[in-house]
Each structure stands twice: as C-alpha cells, then as structure tokens.
Design a protein around this ligand. Sequence first.
Ligand SMILES: [Zn+2]
Length: 108
Amino acid sequence: MKLVYTHENRLLVNNAQNMLESRRINTLLKNEYAAGAMGDIAPIDSWMELWVLDEKDYQQAIALLSVLLDRLTTDTAKEDWLCSQCDEHNDAAFDFCWKCKANSTVAE
Ligand SMILES: [Zn+2]
C-alpha cells in the first residue's frame, strides 16, 4: 500500500479518490473522520490521506493526480460551485460533481 495524496481540503482528497476509483484503482482513505473533532483548522497530521492498495497502481495514480493538481494551480480564478443535481459542494478545480458526477455547466 502506498500513500499517493494528502491535502488539508478534504473535498480534494475525496475528489482524488473518486477519480482513481473511477479508473478501477483500489484506494483507501486514512484520517477520514479525524478533522471533524478538530474544528475547521486541522493540523497536518489529521489531513485526510489517500492510499492505493496495490502498489502496481501507484505510477498511474500519481500520473492521474498530477493532472488534477495541474488543474488546481491553473484554475485558481474559478470559484467553488454547488451541484445543481444534488446540491453537493464542489471545488472549483472539478468540472464534474464528485458525488453524482453531474457536469458543473448543467443549467438549473
Ligand atoms: Zn451532484
């Protein structure tokens, strides 16, 4: 098992997991429930961690995540958005709702 991603923004980690799982990479979250007890600003040791179960998936996972991170750094002007289908809060970096996979540009 290998750690591939961790971030203070749990939405990003959830999105990262969603992306890897959608490509049939088996993952595991650690510290999934840690921050709830810590308040809004959590120390780094409670950041949610995304691990791949099978180390042969590690390189592919890193490659996928690098694409994700590229978009995070280039899309900083965009704002977070609420899914029109399920009202889930989504980070600006993502075009699709992490929960129901609706497109962010779908009207109403
Ligand atoms: Zn949604």
